[in-house]
Design a protein around this ligand. Structure first.
Ligand SMILES: NC(=O)c1ccc[n+]([C@@H]2O[C@H](COP(=O)([O-])OP(=O)(O)OC[C@H]3O[C@@H](n4cnc5c(N)ncnc54)[C@H](OP(=O)(O)O)[C@@H]3O)[C@@H](O)[C@H]2O)c1
Length: 258
């Protein structure tokens, strides 16, 4: 059992679900944010993973770091700062990094940075685990909310396997209590659905009707998704479906917006 777990990005979509999960399980949780925070049952520490400010205090006495923070423009710098700060502690913690299914297949700048951050951690000599996950329900909803505002919703012929952050949080809590394992199998949502099916579910849940038009687009990014680069075939790990996620939102009208 780890004595204390540090959650970076404790205010984020995933990180806040992870903090909830760990606190409910009775773990001693420290959470990092760039701003002063209180509550959620965690011991909050102010720190910045780009500058290194506050990381010595954040890491002191932690056996495990669940690294859920992300900085889209500086993902690798953030990992480098975390690795260096972790090396400076007398007893380097087990660092668990959350990455994304398909970072090595989908040609997006953010994905290339996630892959480079994975490699940096793997080569760091620190005890580590790398957990890739498929797209979160909230991200898929936000992307499809954008296209479904048009009178006819043009939807790429892609499939998604969205996963709920609460399910990913359960998995990360398990990894926090497990031995470092390097890269572990991807963690994926319970269903593979076409973007058209997901858009229709979103339209129904937000009380709208639109014609949905499946489209093909030019380019390598379209092709990588069309070939299923974002999917984890053979995995159905999470249990909360996209429909259940939509039904649980308090304000159906808010589902229309990014
Ligand atoms: N979204 C998806 O579909 C998806 C799928 C698979 C994996 N993932 C991965 O899951 C992880 C979490 O994603 P998310 O969507 O939950 O993120 P998010 O909601 O955007 O949260 C980002 C977090 O990072 C923290 N942060 C950003 N810059 C920081 C810095 N310089 N120093 C310290 N903290 C910093 C923010 O904390 P403060 O603002 O409080 O400082 C915030 O809590 C990411 O690594 C992402 O790549 C995401």
């Amino acid at each position: 059992m780890p004595e204390r777990i540090l959650v970076t990005g404790g205010t984020g979509q995933l990180g806040s679900a992870v903090v909830d999960r760990l606190v409910t399980a009775g773990e001693r949780v420290r959470a990092l944010s760039r701003r002063r925070r209180r509550g959620a049952g965690a011991d909050w520490v102010v720190g910045d993973l780009r500058t290194g400010r506050g990381l010595d205090t954040a890491l002191a006495g932690c056996d495990v770091v669940l690294h859920c923070a992300t900085d889209h423009r500086h993902e690798v710098d953030v990992m480098r700062t975390l690795v260096e700060a972790a090396r400076w502690t007398g007893n380097p913690p087990h660092v668990v990094y959350v990455s994304i299914t398909g970072v090595d297949r989908v040609p997006l700048g953010y994905y290339r940075a996630k892959l480079a951050a994975e490699e940096l951690l793997a080569d760091s000599g620190l005890p580590h685990t790398i957990q890739r996950a498929t797209q979160f329900h909230s991200l898929v909803r936000a992307v499809l909310a954008g296209v479904s505002r048009l009178p006819v919703a043009p939807v790429p012929r892609w499939r998604f396997q969205p996963v709920d952050v609460r399910d990913v949080a359960v998995r990360l809590a398990e990894l926090a209590n497990a031995e470092p394992a390097g890269r572990v199998p991807d963690f994926a949502g319970p269903e593979v659905l076409t973007a058209t099916e997901l858009t229709l579910a979103l339209l129904t849940a937000s009380g709208r009707t639109r014609r949905v038009l499946p489209v093909r687009l030019p380019g390598g990014l379209y092709r990588a998704y069309a070939e299923g680069g974002n999917l984890a075939p053979g995995h159905a790990d999470g249990v909360i479906t996209f429909q259940e996620y939509l039904a649980q939102q308090k304000d159906p009208a808010a589902l229309r917006y990014h």
